[in-house]
Ligand binder design. Structure first.
Ligand SMILES: NC(=O)c1ccc[n+]([C@@H]2O[C@H](COP(=O)([O-])OP(=O)(O)OC[C@H]3O[C@@H](n4cnc5c(N)ncnc54)[C@H](OP(=O)(O)O)[C@@H]3O)[C@@H](O)[C@H]2O)c1
Length: 266
C-alpha cells in the first residue's frame, strides 16, 4: 500500500492556488505527495498532467465528484472560491466519510479572505479595531452575514465535530505578479484580482482615483509570502501537528503591510 500523502488541490490554475501548487511541486518532499487537482478546462488539465499530478476535470458545482475526491485526500487545499458554501459542504461530507471509513483524520486548509472584517466604511473613516488571529474570539464573534463567514463557520463546526482538522487562511489584498513553471506553461493566472482592476479603472479615467475620503485602511500581502505561510503550515502539520491551532483557533491572517484608499472588496 502506498505511503504517499494524498493531496487534493482546488483552484490549481488560480493566482493563489497555482502559486501554492507550484510550491508543492518544488517541495523537497515532493516525492511523498500524491497530488490530485480538480480542473475546469481540459486544456489546462492536459498541461497540468505533464507536471506529474493527477487531474480530474470538473467544477465545484459537481458535489458528488467533489465529495468523492475529498474522501480520497488526507490534505485538501481549498483555494478556488472562498464563498461557495455548497462546495465546502460537499468537501466536508467527503472528509467525514474518509474519517469514518479509514480512521484517518484529514486536514482541510481553506483559503478565505479578510473581507469578513469589512465595515463598509467606503473610505470615509478608519476603524480603531485591530483584528488579531491570536484572539480567535474576535473572528468567531463576526456575524454570519459578513462575507465568507458562512463557509468559515461550517468548516470550524466540522472541526469541532472531530472528523477533520481545519485551518483557515485569510489573505488580505494579495499583490505581486507570479512567474514560474505553471505560468510559463500557461496554466496559471499570474495576476491578483484587485490591483489590476484599480489599474484598469485608472487607465480608463486617465487618472487614479480615491474611495471616499481615502482613509479606509486595509492590509496587503505579497503572493510569495502568502505561499510561505501555506508551506510553513503544511510542514508543521506533517511534522508536529499539535503545534498549529485548528478549528476556532485555526484562523491565520496573511498580511505584510497596509495601505489606505482602497475599498475592501476582497
Ligand atoms: N487574490 C486576492 O487578493 C484574494 C484575497 C483574499 C481572498 N481571495 C479569495 O481567494 C479565492 C481565490 O482567489 P484567486 O485570486 O486565486 O482567484 P483566481 O486567480 O480567479 O483563481 C480561482 C481558481 O479557482 C478555480 N475555480 C473558480 N471557480 C470554480 C468552480 N466553480 N469550479 C472549479 N474551479 C473553480 C479557477 O479555475 P479556472 O482556471 O477554470 O477559472 C481557478 O483555478 C477567491 O475566492 C478569492 O475571493 C483572493
Amino acid at each position: 500500500m502506498s505511503t504517499r500523502i494524498p493531496i487534493l488541490v482546488l483552484g490549481a490554475t488560480g493566482y493563489i492556488g497555482g502559486s501554492v501548487l507550484a510550491r508543492l511541486l518544488a517541495h523537497s518532499d515532493r516525492d511523498e505527495f500524491d497530488i490530485t487537482a480538480l480542473v475546469r478546462s481540459p486544456r489546462n488539465a492536459a498541461r497540468l498532467d505533464s507536471f506529474g499530478i493527477t487531474t480530474v476535470i470538473g467544477t465545484l458545482e459537481e458535489a458528488g465528484k467533489l465529495e468523492v475526491l475529498a474522501s480520497q485526500a488526507h490534505v485538501v487545499f481549498s483555494m478556488a472560491d472562498a464563498k461557495n458554501l455548497r462546495a465546502i459542504q460537499a468537501i466536508l461530507r467527503g472528509l467525514r466519510k474518509r474519517r469514518e471509513d479509514t480512521g484517518d483524520l484529514p486536514l482541510l486548509i481553506h483559503n478565505s479572505g479578510t473581507a469578513c472584517l469589512n465595515d463598509d466604511a467606503r473610505g470615509m473613516y478608519s476603524s480603531d479595531v485591530i483584528y488579531d488571529d491570536m484572539k480567535p474570539e474576535q473572528i468567531e464573534a463576526l456575524p454570519s452575514s459578513q462575507p465568507h463567514r458562512q463557509v468559515d463557520m461550517a468548516i470550524v463546526e466540522a472541526d469541532q465535530r472531530g472528523y477533520l482538522r481545519s485551518y483557515i487562511i485569510l489573505p488580505s489584498s494579495v499583490y505581486g505578479i507570479v512567474s514560474g513553471p505553471l505560468v510559463n506553461a500557461r496554466v496559471q493566472n499570474p495576476y491578483a484580482r484587485l490591483m489590476p482592476h484599480f489599474i484598469r479603472c485608472a487607465l480608463d479615467r486617465g487618472q487614479v482615483g480615491m474611495v471616499g475620503n481615502g482613509v479606509s485602511t486595509w492590509n496587503n500581502v505579497e503572493i510569495g509570502e502568502l505561499t510561505d505561510l501555506y508551506m510553513i503550515l503544511l510542514e508543521t502539520l506533517l511534522a508536529e501537528p499539535e503545534k498549529a491551532g485548528h478549528g476556532s483557533e485555526g484562523y491565520y491572517f496573511a498580511e505584510n503591510g497596509e495601505h489606505t484608499t482602497l475599498s475592501p472588496l476582497l
